[in-house]
Write a protein that binds this ligand. Structure first.
Ligand SMILES: *[C@@H]1O[C@H](CO)[C@@H](O)[C@H](O)[C@H]1NC(C)=O
Ligand SMILES: *[C@@H]1O[C@H](CO)[C@@H](O)[C@H](O)[C@H]1NC(C)=O
Length: 323
């Protein structure tokens, strides 16, 4: 089909009906009705220079001024079908974020902030509307997952509330929907559930609600808490089964270099401090659950490249408190 599409474009070019220039091709793809949107997505996602230029011109034809991010994403994601490949999606979302920020200066501190939030929203769409995702994140959860992404600062709560409400009331529609929710294919290893966790200082087991997402493990006291008690970034860590004398079905997160794990923890008064763990010992309710956690954590550590792209940016903007 892509071939037919390309041949169509080539035919037009050869017959002087279309100029082989990024601006003209972009305009054709943007305005012509009845084109196959999957093919448009594949065309725009290609890495060759002409395609990169066309993508830029195509995104430039979208007018996002005074639209909130969800409105802009609705428009953008309807104009072609996002291809299912990490690098392509990355380029397209980067182009989108750049255009959005150009049209709406002052809304976000950086393009990365816009990029990360766009992803958080696309994932939120999947979490809220895909029947395969059981736990539906609350607004508070959405807000706390986006802490610090505005170059170290938080985004206005009114903005996040509005975006959340918009997605909850109406899912993103994508063209040529074949029932394959494309974010679910690469946004898979997320997992959540109760685990027992051995304390770092006080060596007792405590029951915690764990959420695995964005290559981080978050743990909460209650499922409904808005802020996690602790956050464990998983990069550079390993996970293994552990035999423990006091509990069954244990797993352990450890640093293969034997160093202390870099993690953070919120104290009673809300102060964030460095974690004190040499390793994290966790215990699941059964063998199957323990193994499922180990698999999910492993998948999330070795993640597909796309997740690295997002979490890299996230670390960058959260660490960037120069604003
Ligand atoms: C659009 O193109 C894709 C592949 O490029 C093909 O799988 C799909 O069937 C096409 N859709 C229509 C409606 O022709
Ligand atoms: C939003 O969620 C719905 C329901 O799962 C899905 O069909 C659609 O493809 C999703 N949109 C995006 C852009 O992921």
């Amino acid at each position: 089909m892509l071939l037919v599409f390309l041949q169509g474009v080539q035919y037009l070019v050869e017959n002087d009906l279309l100029e082989w220039r990024a601006e003209s091709v972009a305009e054709f793809l943007y305005k012509e009705e009845g084109l196959n949107k999957t093919a448009i997505g594949n065309f725009l996602g290609d890495r060759e220079e002409m395609h990169l230029q066309t993508l830029k011109a195509f995104v430039g034809l979208h007018e996002f001024s005074d639209l909130n991010l969800v409105q802009a994403l609705r428009q953008f994601l309807w104009s072609f079908r996002l291809p299912g490949e990490a690098q392509k999606i990355d380029r397209m979302m980067e182009a989108f974020a750049t255009r959005y920020c150009d049209c709406n200066p002052g809304v976000f501190q950086s393009t990365d902030t816009c990029y990360i939030l766009s992803f958080a929203i696309i994932m939120l769409n999947t979490s809220l509307h895909n029947p395969n995702v059981k736990d539906k994140p609350s607004l508070q959860r959405f807000v706390s997952m986006n802490r610090g992404i505005n170059n170290g600062a938080d985004l206005p709560i009114e903005l996040l509330t509005k975006l959340y409400a918009s997605i909850r009331s109406e899912p993103f529609k994508i063209p040529e929907d074949d029932g394959n929710d494309l974010t679910l294919t690469f946004f898979n290893p997320d997992r959540e559930g109760w685990l027992l966790k051995m304390g770092g200082r006080v060596k007792t087991w405590k029951r915690r609600w764990f959420i695995l997402t964005d290559s981080c493990l978050y743990y909460f006291e209650y499922t409904t808490d808005k802020d996690p008690i602790g956050i464990i970034p998983l990069e550079n860590l390993c996970v293994r089964r552990l035999q423990d004398t006091s509990k069954q079905y244990c797993l352990e997160l450890y640093n293969p270099k034997g160093q202390k794990i870099k993690a953070c923890k919120t104290e009673n008064k809300g102060r964030v401090v460095q974690g004190k763990h040499q390793s994290y010992k966790l215990s699941a309710a059964g063998a199957e659950e323990r193994d499922a956690w180990i698999d999910a954590i492993r998948a999330s550590i070795t993640k597909d490249p796309f997740y690295d792209l997002v979490s890299l940016r996230k670390r960058k903007v959260i660490g960037n408190t120069s604003s």
